[in-house]
Design a protein around this ligand. Structure first.
Ligand SMILES: [Zn+2]
Length: 442
């Protein structure tokens, strides 16, 4: 048989393809050409049909699509552990905002590099980010090799970052232009939240999203105190405001949606807007529990996110998947709620829709080669009855042995191939003194 040439073949004991049939392939292999998957199947068949420049045999392993983190603020790794065990509004106003108002581009880039490294090593290949100075977050994303939707965040104006709306729209449009032709980076319009902006400004930012044809993301209905604050300020609940101003649209991406009514869920569904679920952040900040199964039953596409590392406190999507499964079971007193497959879907295929990366999230021919492998040769992953069960309930980010994004290996057997982790680690330690000073002087 004539063999076809490809760049890379990846082999392993199991492939969780996440294709339309959610097929599991035993003793499987993937042929990769350039940035794209050329073929998937049994190892014997793939190796008979394809000849590769390089073959990576992952041995006893589960191979699956790179995980997609639908909500994060990647530079917040620098604030990991600076303030814990506080209510959301106190945490934001007394700790996060005083630190963030003094951030420099260098610090944001450092935090982003640290976060990208952490995610690469724990199997995440794509993120939906929102923060300040996203041009340097983009630099970190570009150089470390993952993919991202980047959102330059803005608050009620004037803010420490933008004096006028014109300033903000100018920076956002420049960011969009900077990455317009980038293969792995897109941008999104990113107001922080209803209670930290104002409705007219939100409406104006949506016009910009329409003009540039970008996704529009916002923290929405994260907690009961947020709802109260929004009611006190505007006389309406957060999702009501979004509806009234015509901001629930197909391009709308809502983060959290914890304090929502059944009627609000139906508005979100009708608008074909999507939500990101962030269970660990919601638990840690005592924000409450998102009625996730109601959203999924309603047919709302739902991604999964870690939120920033200051409210989680890691960016490990395996940790997040396990929490997402457990939380709904306990909350609803129903062990059948959020089965493992539904949770993996959030972190792969649904996440790809959430980010607007339609050719991501599954291992099948024609899709982008975002591929990770879990080393199953570990005591806590033995024996194997069902690989999917181990992915959701037993494995952790530390079990990742291979991370490939767009066909490029970023991490392999404990080695970072695109990140200088020693320099990042050294510099990150230095940020502590700076952050503590910002809090002292607030
Ligand atoms: Zn957030």
């Amino acid at each position: 048989m004539q063999q076809t040439k490809c760049d890379l073949i990846i082999k392993g004991s199991y492939i969780l393809t996440q294709n339309d049939e959610r097929e599991l392939i035993e003793d499987g292999a993937i042929a990769v050409s350039g940035t794209t998957i050329s073929a998937v199947g049994k190892s014997a068949d793939i190796e008979a049909a394809w000849v590769a420049d390089e073959t990576v045999d992952c041995g006893k392993s589960v191979i699956l699509p790179g995980l997609i983190n639908s909500h994060t603020h990647v530079p917040m790794t620098l604030m990991r552990g600076v303030a814990d065990d506080l209510p959301l509004l106190e945490w934001l106003h007394n700790y996060m905002f005083p630190i963030e108002s003094g951030l420099t581009k260098d610090l944001v880039e450092l935090g982003a590099r640290l976060g990208c490294a952490e995610m690469i090593a724990s199997g995440t290949t794509a993120i939906f980010d929102g923060y300040m100075y996203e041009d340097v977050v983009g630099k970190a994303v570009d150089e470390t090799g993952i993919k991202a939707v980047l959102g330059e965040g803005f608050f009620k104006l004037p803010s420490p970052f933008f004096k006028t709306a014109q300033d903000a729209w100018g920076v956002i449009e420049a960011l969009h232009n900077q990455f317009a032709s980038h293969e792995r980076i897109k941008t999104a319009i990113t107001p922080h939240a209803v209670f930290t902006t104002d409705p007219d400004q939100l409406a104006e930012s949506m016009e910009l999203a329409e003009r540039l044809d970008l996704l529009w993301q916002i923290h929405a209905a994260e907690s009961v105190p947020e709802t109260k604050l929004t009611l006190d300020t505007f006389g309406k609940r957060p999702i009501e405001i979004l509806k009234e101003y015509g901001l629930l649209r197909e391009r709308t991406r809502l983060h959290h949606c914890v304090d929502v009514t059944d009627e609000e869920i139906s508005w979100i569904r009708e608008a074909k807007a999507m939500i990101a679920h962030n269970p660990q952040s919601n638990l840690k900040l005592g924000s409450g529990i998102c009625p996730l199964t109601k959203f999924i039953e309603a047919g709302v596409t739902t991604g999964l996110g870690t939120d920033g590392a200051a409210s989680n406190n890691n960016l490990d999507m395996f940790d997040e998947m396990r929490t997402a499964a457990m939380l709904q079971k306990g909350f609803l007193q129903d062990p059948e709620a959020m089965p493992a497959q539904a949770v993996l879907d959030m972190a792969t295929v649904s996440g790809a829709d959430f980010l607007g990366f339609g050719d991501n999230g599954a291992i099948k021919a024609g899709m982008k080669a975002d591929i990770i492998a879990i080393n199953m040769d570990k005591m806590h992953l033995k024996p194997v009855y069902n690989p999917l069960s181990h992915v959701i309930y037993s494995a952790g980010g530390q079990d990742i042995s291979l991370t490939v994004c767009d066909g490029q290996a970023l991490y392999r057997e404990g080695k970072f191939l695109t990140v200088d982790v020693e320099t990042i680690s050294r510099e990150a330690e230095k940020a502590v003194e700076w952050a503590l000073k910002r809090i002292e002087n607030r």
